[in-house]
Design a protein around this ligand. Structure first.
Ligand SMILES: CC(C)(COP(=O)(O)OP(=O)(O)OC[C@H]1O[C@@H](n2cnc3c(N)ncnc32)[C@H](O)[C@@H]1OP(=O)(O)O)[C@@H](O)C(=O)NCCC(=O)NCCS
Length: 160
């Protein structure tokens, strides 16, 4: 599958709204929230675009002033494009975006029943450290997970 990643623009709002309604059953952002996310200064959004310029995935980070921790606020792939590596690529790219903004740690919450997302996060180095009861609007619990982001090159040391 071919796709490109680019920064989210305010003109992506309606495409993200449609994607959210395909990707999530509840706890979706509305039009106003998405418009705000795409324009607020302390957020960064990456969108994945297919060969027809259709938006097929996105991820949004939030930053807090004077904090080296960024939060993965939203992350989804179009149901028709899942299981083809896009989610992993998008996650890697948004981690690089966090590093470029000076973050050393990425924090996220994930539904306790979301095995696919939790598996992806675990395999890419996230650690679950807090259980949040009754976190989502349907009463589902969440895991809070985090990962230390490493922007230093992997230098192997040869013993003398
Ligand atoms: C989580 C999500 C973004 C993953 O996107 P994706 O494009 O399917 O991800 P990938 O194809 O890169 O697959 C990621 C990993 O999950 C595995 N995977 C994907 N779909 C799977 C499935 N249905 N069952 C089991 N494993 C699956 C892949 O094998 C891959 O494993 P790897 O890390 O060992 O390579 C996507 O499922 C999604 O949008 N879900 C709904 C929204 C959501 O849950 N967002 C996260 C909120 S915290």
């Amino acid at each position: 599958m071919s796709f490109t990643l680019r920064q989210g623009l305010s003109t992506d709002r309606d495409a993200l709204l449609a994607l959210e309604s395909r990707a999530f059953e509840g706890d979706r952002f509305n039009r106003r929230q998405l418009g705000h996310l795409l324009t607020r200064a302390n957020a960064a959004t990456l969108v994945a675009i297919d060969e027809h310029e259709a938006v097929i995935g996105y991820a949004t980070l939030l930053f807090r002033r004077n904090s080296a921790t960024a939060r993965l606020y939203s992350f989804c792939v179009d149901p028709a494009r899942r299981g083809m590596g896009l989610g992993r690529r998008l996650l890697e790219a948004i981690e690089q975006t966090a590093i470029a903004h000076g973050a050393g740690r990425l924090l996220l919450e994930v539904r306790a029943d979301n095995r696919v997302a939790m598996g992806l996060y675990r395999r890419t180095g996230y650690v679950a450290h807090r259980w949040l009861d009754d976190y989502y609007e349907d009463g589902c619990a969440a895991w809070r997970m985090d990962k230390l982001l490493d922007d230093t090159p992997d230098e192997s040391v040869t013993p003398s």
